[in-house]
Design a protein around this ligand. Structure first.
Ligand SMILES: *Cc1c(COP(=O)(O)O)cnc(C)c1O
Ligand SMILES: [Zn+2]
Length: 463
């Protein structure tokens, strides 16, 4: 098929607008907007010329995306491999590529699959450069900032975000790549609600780190107010530029499955709901272009301690909840900012293909520990997803016939402290976690003697 050669290297194309999900108002992308200036609704980014992409057939696009992987073009090694579907107006020379995307998808160990109830695949988004999937969204948002600086006369930017830990690590990393005289980086964290590893990341990237009392939802309110009243660039997933990049997760899953998404179930932990929004929008793009024949089922997983979407699906009514301490700290959010987008995507497209399940704090820890003792590397949120798949199957919410891809959203080591608390039985009572002895592990102190170690291990002498 000679015809697609000219599409292999993407050139700027399309016409992007912010589009309000409530009043349908459209606004140009010449400034940073997070909510509709007319009605306050959330914004999507829409390509007014999306339909023109259909000048290439679905087979043509599959070929383009598959062949791009082997071109040796640096910026196409990341999420911008899917340039047309992310920020098609941004020229490749403005794209920031720091090694994000194209994370491995690994077949779950057989014993683990038996424990969960089905064979499944784990996609390791903890192997992104700042060790979480948030890099996908920062690669797009910060590439756009770079484009605005280089081509649109943007002179100074103060990038700011509230975070449960990983957003700030990713924002600080990507912003630190831009010129210091133009770009400042500030993160707001809830005091003592992020792990030491997560705190070290934005500090190491040179960001200004502000700790405030409270939980994530409190920090979010503050940055929302700052974004409304001052000239700052909000880098939370309320910023639709973030969602554009995070859609790449879905494109990769489809590509890694050979573009066959029939009977597919994707499993994700839900916090602020930006991730699940992006995943649903991503598959929708592919579906609209005919690259996949079927939308997948999306299984969202929440902790009993932060479960607004579970309650919404159960009662039909949405109400923010007050969160309680959760080991899935990155998802410990009582009032997910992107909820209205999720509700609309479910109403208009996903329907019964959107399922939510709730797991206990103990189940989250068991999901993580079981996965990791069977050759995998998952964080507490990944453990939450593994546990959620197990529970949804046990409760009959999902049938075991499908194919299952579980997202491990961050790297295990960011959350190693929770593993330690489990091993030492040191959880404060609010978590409600009672560790199982068979899942505990501790170092053993022995004298520096081969004989003593052999005796401890019960080794038999040779011969
Ligand atoms: C941000 C995050 C989540 C939750 O994603 P949302 O978009 O907030 O729903 C889950 N796991 C990890 C590791 C995260 O960093
Ligand atoms: Zn509006």
């Amino acid at each position: 098929m000679k015809g697609v050669d000219r599409f292999l290297i993407p050139r700027p194309r399309g016409e992007l607008r912010y589009r309000c999900i409530l009043c349908e108002g459209a606004f140009p992308l010449d400034r940073f907007l997070y909510t509709c200036p007319l009605c306050g609704g959330l914004l999507r980014i829409e390509d007014l010329r999306f339909e023109e992409l259909k000048e290439v057939s679905p087979e043509g696009w599959r070929e383009v995306f598959d062949r791009r992987r082997f071109l040796g073009v640096e910026v196409l090694k990341g999420i911008f491999l899917f340039h047309e579907l992310i920020l098609p107006t941004v020229p490749l020379e403005d794209v920031i590529y720091l090694g994000e995307g194209h994370t491995p998808m690994v077949r779950a160990n057989e014993e683990l699959s038996q424990w969960v109830g089905v064979p499944f695949l784990l996609k390791y988004d903890g192997l992104n450069p700042s060790l979480s999937f948030k890099d996908r969204g920062m690669a797009s948002a910060v590439s756009f900032i770079n484009y605005m600086i280089r081509h649109k006369g943007l002179e100074e930017v103060l990038g700011i975000c509230a975070s449960t830990g990983d957003t700030s690590a990713a924002a600080a990393l990507y912003l630190s790549y831009l010129p210091k005289e133009r770009v400042r980086s500030v993160v707001l964290l809830p005091e003592e609600k992020v792990t030491p590893a997560q705190l070290s990341q934005p500090l190491g990237s040179g960001a200004t780190v502000i700790e405030v009392p409270g939980v994530f939802d409190d920090c979010m309110k503050i940055v929302e107010e700052l974004a409304e009243r001052y000239e700052v660039c909000l880098l939370n997933s309320k910023n639709p530029l973030r969602i554009q990049g995070q859609k790449s997760y879905s494109y990769e899953v489809a590509q890694q499955l050979g573009w066959d998404t029939r009977s597919l179930v994707v499993v994700v932990p839900i916090g602020n709901a930006g991730n699940v929004t992006a995943i649903m929008e991503g598959f929708l793009d592919l579906y609209r272009l005919g690259l996949i024949e079927e939308l997948p089922t999306v299984l969202g997983v929440q902790s009993e301690h932060a479960n607004p979407l579970v309650l919404w699906r159960r009662t039909g009514q949405y109400r923010p909840v007050k969160v309680r301490p959760s080991v899935a700290q990155a998802a410990m959010i009582g009032n997910p900012v992107s909820f209205p987008k999720v509700a609309q995507l479910v109403e208009q497209h996903y329907g019964d293909r959107f399922v939510v399940v709730e797991v206990s704090e103990s189940e989250i820890m068991e999901g993580m520990l079981m996965a990791n003792r069977h050759g995998h590397v998952v964080c507490t949120q990944g453990g939450e997803a593994v546990a959620g798949l197990r529970k949804a199957l046990a409760e009959g919410l999902l049938r075991p016939e499908g194919r299952f891809v579980v997202k491990s959203t961050a790297h295990h080591l960011k959350f190693a402290g929770f593993q330690q608390m489990y091993f030492e039985d040191a959880f404060p009572p609010e978590y409600g976690i009672r560790p199982k002895d068979e899942l505990k592990n501790r170092p053993v102190k022995l004298p520096a003697s081969a004989q003593e170690i052999a005796r401890f291990l019960g080794l038999k002498p040779k011969g």
